[in-house]
Design a protein around this ligand. Structure first.
Ligand code: F6P
Length: 342
């Protein structure tokens, strides 16, 4: 059996751990051969490959990023994309494909296996943790740890200068990173895309914090929106998914807070720092287990499936189901955090 592996979409810590586990178990236990495709779906589309064997995966467990490279190329968007992908797989004698990715990459895998008979197994990844079929995705824990450490550091400088510090974290459609890091870091306000925020309410929380001689920390997810601020925050452009691009909610909010409270405010945008560097122990553990179970799905010829975490078990779910719905923060979970606001 010859197995192709690719990593698509935004990178995240833990991708290399999956690749290593897939190859180690596949070679050692099942005697399979592997081939890597470069830069997600661009690899099979353009027949750009890289050798993948035990040697290639040595020492990569703690390394961030992906040794295979990544891109957001979508073969379904080009006219002869499917034909070209199929041609490559035949030419390279690939019997099965493991696609490691988020909503977009797995959506392609779902179509290819459902409509075109390509034998795919999916592995979910995203720092945003917003895939509904799995309890957690690897990359999320690392991102939360990075954001929490940043919040811890910002507390001390905020207090030295008695300033408001606004921290913008990733999460276009779901506020998981904001909620988890905000709670772990003791933020005084947490703002998520699922719930529109009221700037006056935030200013009231900020002022109450100053009254007890503490400097407030506001954690805001990049996709969070004010109640009436669409015009201010919406960019004219659409991102590669056709979503309206939001720009600079953290910076915008800090200015509003300064204007309305007269307190000095600063913004820190954590951006891609949250996606870089070595994966946490939890993410290495989860990514490794996903890899081991993905190669087992190949062995069982259980194609059209994605591995997922349910409780402490790794299960297989249909790829189509995996990408059908975004997992957003439940209002009751968000309400729990509100006791710490202000
Ligand atoms: O989906 C993961 C993610 O990290 C989002 O949180 C973020 O909005 C986006 O990717 C950034 O994408 P890019 O690296 O393409 O700018």
């Amino acid at each position: 059996m010859r197995v192709g592996v690719l990593t698509g979409g935004g990178d995240c810590p833990g991708l290399n751990a999956v690749i290593r586990a897939v190859v180690r178990k596949g070679v050692q236990e099942y005697g399979y051969d592997f081939i890597g495709f470069r830069d997600g779906w661009r690899g099979p589309l353009e027949n750009d490959t890289v050798p993948l064997d035990i040697r290639a995966v040595r020492g990569i467990l703690p390394r961030g990023g992906t040794i295979l490279g990544s891109s957001r190329t979508n073969p379904l968007k080009s006219e002869d994309g499917i034909r070209r992908v199929k041609e490559t797989l035949v030419k390279e004698e690939v019997d099965a494909l493991i696609a490691i990715g988020g909503e977009d990459t797995l959506g392609v895998a779902a179509r290819l296996s459902g409509d075109y008979g390509i034998r795919c197994v999916g592995v979910p990844k995203t720092i945003d943790n917003d895939l509904s079929a799995t309890d957690y995705t690897f990359g999320f824990d690392t991102a939360v740890n990075i954001a929490t450490e940043a919040i811890d550091r910002l507390h001390t400088t905020a207090e030295s200068h008695m300033r408001v510090l606004v921290v913008e974290v990733m999460g276009r459609h779901a506020g998981w990173i904001a909620l988890h890091s905000g709670l772990a870091g003791g933020a005084n306000v947490i703002l998520i895309p699922e719930q529109r925020f009221d700037v006056d309410q935030i200013c009231a929380w900020v002022e109450s914090r100053f009254k007890i001689r503490y400097a407030p920390i506001v954690v805001v997810a990049e996709g969070a929106m004010p109640k009436d601020g669409d015009a201010v925050l919406k960019d004219d452009t659409l991102d590669s998914f056709g979503h309206v691009r939001l720009s600079g909610v953290g910076e915008w909010l800090a200015k509003q807070i300064e204007k309305r409270t007269g307190k000095e405010a600063r913004t820190t945008v954590l951006g891609h720092v949250q996606r870089g560097g070595t994966p946490s122990a939890f993410d290495r553990w989860l990514a490794t287990r996903f890899g081991l179970h993905a190669i087992d799905a190949v062995r069982d010829e259980d194609f059209g499936k994605m591995v997922a975490l349910r409780g402490t078990d790794i299960v297989r779910v249909p790829l189509a189901e995996a990408t059908a719905r975004l997992k957003t923060v439940d209002p009751s979970l968000y309400a729990e955090a509100e006791v710490f606001f202000g």
